[in-house]
Design a binder for this molecule. Structure first.
Ligand SMILES: O=C(O)C1=C[C@@H](OP(=O)(O)O)[C@@H](O)[C@H](O)C1
Ligand SMILES: C=C(OP(=O)(O)O)C(=O)O
Length: 463
């Protein structure tokens, strides 16, 4: 029997989504000594994909400087091109020109495994003339979509019947009305961001109410609201769990994207676990990124943290501490935080992240399985993980096509002998240069060590 994707492709005459990059096994490099490095991470995935989408519905051409060039943002650029948006992305500054009036979309929007593409693009497609198939990696078919699809249908979208997730077709209508809508965003904050982003474009605007026991990733919703306001859009978020967006123009703006603070996490954690020192450059003093919670988290885990002119510096003290933490606001940090907890001398509790079972993979199950494979003792709870202290050993750490699982495995490999990741290529989702940056961090550390032991140098302990 045909799978539903093949059937939809035949009906719409479109081509299959490109497969995920080939896997590549990777022996994680061991840190011979304390890690000492200065690292510059590429631009924020979340900010880049919002900036692209807002530029696509702006009242004129915009530029984006320092946008992340990775699989998730390539998929967003290609998806917007299917919607008629012109994007010139040669070089460090991209120029985005909205679709010409009367444009009719057709073809496939490939979401890959990108939550921001599969949630942010369908609302815009629903408000554009023409028809598209929304597809992605097979693994993305398991990611939750239903609450967003139901909300879109409630505001007038035409989406195939009984759709629960990818793949599905959208028959767009430029007069998509908008108006009041109720959504249960406990499985992803991205539904709220997705509805907010299309709001100014709809004749009735949008009035979103979240119902549901929990609402994760509040900083990401705040990021959406800030970026809309920066472009002159009126957003009322004065009532908890309610957001009202007035219809109106989105001002074209030339913007520069901040470094991705969540992608900085494994590098900063490397300093914490090896008793070394890592500086991540360009750390913003104010930001809506959930990575802003890293200084507090790493301090609680036993490291010293300082924000200086060069960036954020983390210094390992040689004494990790177990933590009890609610990571709901910054759930994408869970894999790296869990890896550090597995090395701490007490029992740690990570709470508030039930919804990460619907991330790139079921991250709670994946972390339990892979940390245990290296000798850790981990229990899944209803909304997180309990991680008990154990002596770890080498083994294969499976990544499940999840970039942040790869970050966690690489981190453990710094101080545990013979850890091999089954696939490092999955880091291309948000940081294709991860393997090079990781090796460069270790190369800088070797150079630092050589300088310490060279005759006439200050000796270990200097920096
Ligand atoms: O809006 C965004 O850019 C994101 C929101 C969060 O999603 P969830 O609310 O589904 O966790 C986060 O985990 C993801 O990495 C990026
Ligand atoms: C959950 C994540 O990604 P996505 O944007 O695909 O949801 C993540 O990057 O940790």
């Amino acid at each position: 029997m045909d799978d539903p994707a093949a059937q939809l492709r035949r009906e719409t005459g479109t081509t299959p989504a490109a497969p995920r990059r080939a896997a590549g096994a990777w022996p994680a490099p061991r840190a011979e000594e304390r890690v000492h490095a200065v690292v510059s991470v590429p631009g924020s995935k979340s900010e880049t994909n919002r900036a692209l989408l807002l530029a696509a519905i702006a009242d004129g051409p915009s530029t984006i400087t320092g946008g992340l060039d990775a699989r998730d943002t390539q998929l967003m650029r290609d998806a917007l091109r299917v919607l008629g948006v012109q994007i010139d992305d040669d070089g460090p500054t991209w120029r985005v020109t909205p679709a010409p009036p009367g444009f009719e979309m057709r073809g496939t929007i490939d979401c890959g495994l990108a939550g921001t593409v599969m949630r942010f693009v369908p609302p815009l497609a629903a408000a554009t003339a023409g028809q598209v198939l929304v597809d992605g990696d097979e693994q993305a078919y398991a990611r939750p979509m239903r609450p967003l699809i139901d909300a879109l249908i409630d505001i007038g979208a035409r989406i195939g019947e009984d759709v629960t997730g990818l793949p599905f077709t959208i028959t767009g209508r430029p007069d998509l009305p908008g108006g009041p809508v109720v959504v249960d965003a406990s499985s992803s904050s991205q539904y709220v961001s997705a509805l907010l982003l299309v709001g100014p474009r709809l004749p009735l605007g949008i009035d979103i109410r979240h119902v549901g026991a929990t609402l994760p990733s509040l900083p990401h919703i705040a990021m959406t609201v800030s970026m809309l306001r920066e472009r002159g859009v009126e957003v009322d978020d004065s009532t908890p769990h309610r957001w009202v967006v007035r219809p109106g123009p989105v001002a074209a703006r030339d913007v520069t994207v901040e470094p991705d603070l969540s992608n900085a996490a494994p590098f900063l954690a490397a300093a914490a676990i090896t008793g070394g020192r890592v500086t991540v450059t360009g750390w913003p003093r104010e930001t809506d990124q959930p990575g802003a919670l890293l200084p507090g988290l790493l301090t609680d885990l036993g490291a010293e943290v300082e924000l200086g002119a060069e960036g954020l510096t983390v210094t390992g003290t040689g004494h990790l501490r177990a933590i009890d933490v609610d990571l709901s606001a910054a759930s994408e940090l869970t894999p790296v935080v869990a890896a550090v907890c597995a090395l701490a001398p007490g029992t740690s509790h990570i709470r508030g992240v039930a919804h990460i079972r619907g991330h790139e993979t079921d991250r709670l199950a994946a972390l339990e399985a892979e940390l245990e494979r290296l000798g850790s003792h981990v229990d899944q709870t209803a909304d997180g993980l309990t991680i008990h202290p154990r002596l770890l050993h080498g083994g294969t750490f499976r990544t499940y096509a999840d970039h942040r699982m790869a970050h966690a495995g690489a981190l453990l490999g710094l101080i545990v002998d013979d850890v091999t990741l089954d696939d490092i290529a999955c880091t291309a989702k948000t940081m294709p240069q991860f393997p090079e940056l990781w090796l460069d961090m270790l190369h800088q550390s070797d150079e630092w060590l050589a300088a310490q032991v060279r005759p006439g140098a200050d000796g270990p302990g200097g920096s």
